[in-house]
Design a protein around this ligand. Structure first.
Ligand SMILES: Cc1cc2nc3c(=O)[nH]c(=O)nc-3n(C[C@H](O)[C@H](O)[C@H](O)COP(=O)(O)OP(=O)(O)OC[C@H]3O[C@@H](n4cnc5c(N)ncnc54)[C@H](O)[C@@H]3O)c2cc1C
Length: 416
């Protein structure tokens, strides 16, 4: 499908596609077939190759070692990397690192950028974003945050119990969301504090067993449960202004949700490619499966829905380059999460037993995509925001007209 992406976006994405097809996907296939994990050294080698091809960290400004693309221009490249289980990792555009880089770049101080952003982009260190807490703490409703950071002289004392912290096993530092003013509304009294992993009182409790996690790389960051017990860090470790944690998180999550949409669209696209190739070759009941109308219609629907999702994400990316685009991002997130899940499920079905088998990446994509309807805000939470927006501008006359209309309908229905 052709999109009106900019010339820059298309040119970079073309080179990313070649890198995926020539280097990354063959290495992924080999790992799936042999079961031999891709080593950290190999990933670093992929980074070097990505740098040689000017593809490394497309989302990061050039001064920090990336390619300096905005959301619209990085979009087709992110779709391309989504086609491989290790694609985003191979060019350092993987979550949550990419979102954390964006956060530090947006609101980090010069000292924070030098100490944390530069080495984070280069892959010398790793990071995690710690917002979600076990019940009854912050989850779908982040106002319920229970973590605290209390100022003591020129230090914060952080007490927090977090879980589902992606890449939390390997992180060298955590961006911890904590209440810093208990008298204020959480939207005005919450801050994000950078906590180094080696600070006293940080305990990585466990990797939470979960659906997904392809296990083809040697170093998996997992989704960790982490405790912070009277951890002291300098107040300079505040990310953005104290009390502005929700505003910073919103900036981070807006972009993060959209880049997730881009990568998951790539997964769905590749799953469909594999399924179509299978249907063209495989015969049953006297014809190839490609000729079965029952399957053809479902493939047609999947292509249509995926195209709609990719178009919607493009619109949201353009808006996000100009504003916070909250509703556009919410709509794209909930729609893309559902469409990519349905598409990958169909692709799996089309491949029969091969779809369930893990010689192909589809089963891994299938496991990965399920979390997308929960992570970064569950479907229902985004629908809640969209519905609030939808009802915001309804004026009295519209309400009266609607009620009148509904009454008419009801009378019609009773009379029939
Ligand atoms: C793979 C994975 C990676 C993650 N990575 C991170 C990370 O790096 N950092 C981090 O901080 N968190 C992370 N999370 C946590 C994630 O953001 C939360 O799981 C999510 O926000 C939901 O919160 P919860 O699990 O507490 O669910 P709950 O808040 O308990 O909600 C449970 C369910 O209730 C429903 N629901 C909620 N609100 C409403 C409503 N208003 N109306 C109707 N239904 C509703 C939804 O279906 C929801 O799934 C990750 C989660 C997963 C699965």
């Amino acid at each position: 499908m052709k999109y009106h992406d900019s010339e820059t976006a298309k040119e970079v994405a073309g080179r990313v596609e070649s890198f995926m097809d020539e280097v990354v996907i063959p290495r992924e296939r080999e790992a799936l077939e042999t079961g031999e994990r891709i080593t950290t050294g190999e990933i670093e080698d992929l980074w070097e190759q990505a740098k040689d091809r000017d593809l490394f960290a497309p989302q990061v400004p050039e001064e920090y070692g990336g390619q300096g693309l905005d959301f619209s221009d990085m979009l087709p490249s992110f779709e391309q990397v989504g086609r491989s289980l290790i694609g985003a990792l191979a060019i350092r555009a993987n979550a949550p690192q990419e979102g954390n880089m964006h956060t530090l770049e947006m609101v980090g101080t010069e000292a924070q950028k030098e100490e944390y952003l530069q080495p984070l982009v280069q892959g010398e260190i790793s990071s995690a974003f710690a917002m979600t807490e076990p019940k009854q703490g912050g989850g779908s409703d982040p106002k319920m945050l229970q973590s605290t950071a209390v100022k003591d002289g020129d230090e914060w004392i952080v007490n927090a119990h977090k879980w589902w912290t992606s890449d939390g096993l390997n992180a060298d530092f955590y961006l911890v969301m904590a209440r810093t003013d208990l008298d204020a509304h959480p939207y005005e009294g919450t801050s994000i504090i950078l906590v180094p992993r080696d600070a006293d009182g940080v305990e990585v409790v466990r990797n939470i067993p979960h659906l997904g996690g392809h296990g083809i790389t040697e170093r998996e960051g997992g989704h960790a449960e982490v405790k912070f017990d009277d951890v002291r860090v300098p107040v300079e470790n505040t990310i953005g202004e104290a009390g502005q944690g929700f505003q910073v998180a919103q900036m981070r999550l807006g972009g993060g949700r959209l880049t997730h949409c881009m990568r998951y669209s790539g997964m769905a696209e590749r799953s469909l490619e594999i399924a179509k190739a299978y249907l063209q070759e495989r015969e049953a009941f006297g014809t190839t499966l490609e000729e079965k109308q029952a399957l053809r219609h479902r493939i047609a629907d999947a292509e249509t829905h995926l195209h709609a999702a990719r178009t919607m994400v493009r619109h949201a990316a353009r808006e996000l380059d100009e504003s916070d685009a909250r509703i556009e991002v919410a709509m794209s997130k909930v729609f893309t999460a559902n469409v990519t899940q349905e598409t990958i499920d169909l692709a799996l079905q089309c491949c029969g037993g091969n779809g369930i088998g893990k010689d192909l990446p589809i089963a891994h994509f299938y496991e990965a995509v399920r979390a997308f309807r929960i992570v970064d805000g569950a479907d229902e939470v985004h629908r809640r925001s969209i519905a609030r927006w939808a009802f915001e501008d309804v004026d009295e006359t519209e309400i009266e007209n609607t009620l009148q209309f509904d009454d008419d309908l009801r009378i019609d229905a009773l009379e029939q």
